[in-house]
Design a protein around this ligand. Structure first.
Ligand SMILES: [Ca+2]
Ligand SMILES: [Ca+2]
Length: 168
């Protein structure tokens, strides 16, 4: 008789088990909804942050006839160059070339949407050629228009270093 009572008990416990199952399904639906919403939110954040995309330029390429600045720099000095970027400009090629890897120059780019940098000799993927070659492009197809300011900084310079800089 004792055995019969124990067999009946699982049937009585069936309702609590079903209730748990309902809660679990509801939880899975909530998690699924959260996973669907998450990519949308993060995509918006990426668009706000990455207005400008910076990639290594082609260091083997000649600067051609693009107007460039010739200047010299010493330890701790900053040189400023500006360029007016018109609307619809898709990309800018930057080339800072001092040719002496033992000296360290850095490049900052103050754009209408914020300050980018510092960029080092290594930022273009070739770490010891005394040159920083970069290409900046707009994530939405064009760069923010306005006055761009480029800052060349003498990060670690022995003596007087001469260099050329171009943005085109
Ligand atoms: Ca100078
Ligand atoms: Ca380099």
């Amino acid at each position: 008789m004792v055995w019969t009572e124990q067999v009946n008990n699982p049937g009585l416990n069936a309702n609590p088990v079903n209730t748990m199952s309902v809660y679990r399904n509801a939880l899975l639906i909530l998690i699924g909804a959260a996973l669907l919403l998450a990519p949308v939110v993060s995509a918006q954040q990426v668009d706000l942050d990455q207005t400008i995309i910076v990639v290594p330029g082609d260091s083997s390429k000649s600067m051609g006839f693009a107007p460039r600045a010739y200047d010299t720099i010493t330890q701790g000095e900053t040189d400023y160059f500006t360029k007016s970027v018109s609307s619809g400009t898709s990309q800018l090629t930057l080339d800072l070339n001092w040719g002496t890897p033992s000296n360290s120059l850095t490049l900052w780019v103050n754009t209408p949407v914020g300050l980018y940098g510092p960029y080092y000799d290594s930022s273009d993927g070739i770490s010891s050629n005394g040159r920083i070659a970069l290409v900046m492009s707009g994530s939405g197809g064009s760069l923010p228009a306005g006055t761009w300011e480029f800052r060349v900084y003498g990060d670690s310079v022995s003596g007087v270093e001469d260099y050329t800089f171009v943005a085109y």
